[in-house]
Design a binder for this molecule. Sequence first.
Ligand code: HPA
Length: 243
Amino acid sequence: MASANVAIIAGTGVAQQFRGRGRTLKVPTRHGLVTFERLDDVPGVLLLRRHGVGHSVAPHRANYVAFADACARLGLEGCYSTAAVGSLRTDWPVGTLVVCSDFIDATGRQLTRFENEVRHTDFTNPFDLRLRQHLIECGGELGQPVQDAGVYVCTDGPRYETPAEVSMYRTLGGDVVGMTAGSEAIAMREAGVPYAALAIVTNLASGLSPRPLSHGEVEEATKGSSEGIANILFRACERLRNG
Ligand code: HPA
């Protein structure tokens, strides 16, 4: 019987897909208050808007440790997220969906829940294998095939990269670049919450794109795919809830 709850962290563009549909659940944590929305028509799924209501919180200001604390406190079965990314490879064009398999942390953020103790956490599989598999299967079943692995380079932002940085990140083994999922993966793993991220390519990264990057372009690119992404996530949540 399905009983456990699962969270979805929704980022740029996709969060709008859920506008006004939920009732809130506020969870106090050691690191701040986290507000989830219950989705009336999708049982057991709690929505967390990464950038707050009205997209007011920049990626370098999001309280990733509090998000993870809240998920752990609620005893959630897991957490899926969506993240807009720039593609570091021209064979992954706008609209490509990527189930992240690894990350490179280029943020410089001092992000840990273990501020006052010596704890070293294993990151051999930075994104949960079972949740990743659900995303891959659900994408396929819904006729939206996904790249089943990809290295996410997480930058601090909020600016976009320079062409030289993009070239370096690709040389280092990155496939896509964004500003959030690496930090979420760190916070969730340290909190013991299974986590996987579905990245949506919204643009070719700086220097590969024929024009300057803009947030408007990123938002626009997610709009067309956001319903499909939400459907993959809902199905994956259902699969996780049903064990
Ligand atoms: N770089 C960093 N973050 C992003 C990008 C990008 O090109 N596109 C969407 N989020």
